[in-house]
Design a protein around this ligand. Structure first.
Ligand SMILES: [Zn+2]
Length: 345
């Protein structure tokens, strides 16, 4: 059985008979197996429409994995959306994207009113497994330090969604995050999931982007996009002046990170470069890097995009690190950002 449990019993969770959360949570699994989905409860009509569009998008992206499935339910309710959203609950991992969202969120404007982030949610069972309680506690402690400084209360939600209901996690985790945030719709007006990439560098077949954000909710509980106009380089610049961020930022997904940062993977190294470019060559959270490390680090597509961005906007990086970045890019087998975005519009 799919479950969500929250560590703060004073905060009401759950959506009673409204099953938008179940719809969002289970569509990737149904699409993967080709199962029709029946919900023994009500849904928001707009949420159903958005999940049909989501299905169409993934069938277009990965027809080898996903198929269209029928969705049935008890009643489809009209979407009520008379007011502008004013409070938001933020999915908070303690990394660059969500910390940037937390730092800049108070100035995000939708319509004429600011959208205030009034709660952060750390999810146990996504990048850290539910049985690794020591790593979860460590990640929780780091996230708590940063959000305390920003005066945003944090709760932890534990769920088996990734373990038991997500056949392709990297393609579907945005909906998993959204399904968790749907649990809080009785208390907050909107959910926020910070994007990884900018509008210009978004790529297909990745589980979290501005389009998936929009489909993850409805006007009754929207998911406004946040962070898609700032590069990762911009985001680090915007958060690096905060002391607890330099001490407690957690970016690493490596199995040996144990709720902190391994310090040496592509994600850790690029973040160290970002801090160095912002005038902080060594941080408590990640340490420092060297030309030798940069020149030999394994690169993902995202790391490569970041390194190219650093050459355009090097900030306070020294000549040795810049030379190492050029060397590393020159031997990368990945296409350049320019090549990979051509023809997408
Ligand atoms: Zn790492």
């Amino acid at each position: 059985m799919l479950y969500w449990s929250v560590d703060d019993e004073s905060l009401p969770i759950g959506t009673e008979d409204l099953l938008d959360d179940a719809l969002v949570a289970l569509i990737p699994l149904a699409q993967f197996h080709g199962w029709r989905m029946h919900l023994e409860g009500d849904v928001t009509r707009e949420q159903v429409a958005n999940m049909r569009e989501y299905q169409e998008a993934w069938v277009a992206l990965r027809p080898d994995i996903y198929s269209m499935v029928d969705i049935t339910y008890r009643n489809a309710l009209p979407t009520e959306s008379a007011t502008h959203p004013r409070t938001a609950v933020l999915a908070y991992s303690g990394g660059v994207d969500s910390t940037h969202a937390a730092v800049t969120g108070a100035s995000v404007h939708r319509g004429r009113r600011a959208l205030e982030i009034t709660r952060g949610v750390l999810i146990a069972g996504f990048d850290i497994g539910l049985d690794d309680t020591a790593s979860i506690a460590r990640a929780h402690g780091s996230a708590q330090h940063i959000l305390n400084k920003l005066e945003i209360p944090l709760v932890v939600v534990s769920t088996n969604w990734r373990e038991d209901f997500s056949p392709n996690y990297t393609m579907s985790f945005g909906l998993g995050l959204a399904a968790v945030l749907h649990q809080f719709r009785a208390t907050f007006d909107a959910g926020l999931i910070a994007t990884d990439a900018t509008y210009a560098t978004e790529v297909g077949a990745w589980g979290r982007d501005s389009t998936i954000n929009r489909m993850s909710g409805s006007r009754a509980f929207p998911f406004p996009t946040i962070g898609a106009t700032a590069s990762r380089r911009d985001k680090i610049t915007a958060i690096s002046h905060i002391d607890v961020v330099r001490e407690h930022l957690r970016v690493c997904w490596q199995p040996n990170a144990r709720g902190a940062n391994c310090g040496h993977c592509g994600k850790c190294v690029r973040t160290k470069l970002g801090f160095a470019a912002s005038g902080y060559p060594a941080t408590a959270a990640l340490g420092s890097t060297s030309p030798e490390e940069v020149a030999s680090v394994a690169l993902s597509m995202w790391d490569r995009i970041f390194l190219e961005d650093m050459l355009v906007n090097p900030g306070e990086l020294d000549a040795g690190l810049l030379t190492a970045i050029r060397q590393r890019i020159s031997i990368s087998a990945l296409p350049s950002t320019h090549d990979s975005t051509q023809g997408r519009i």
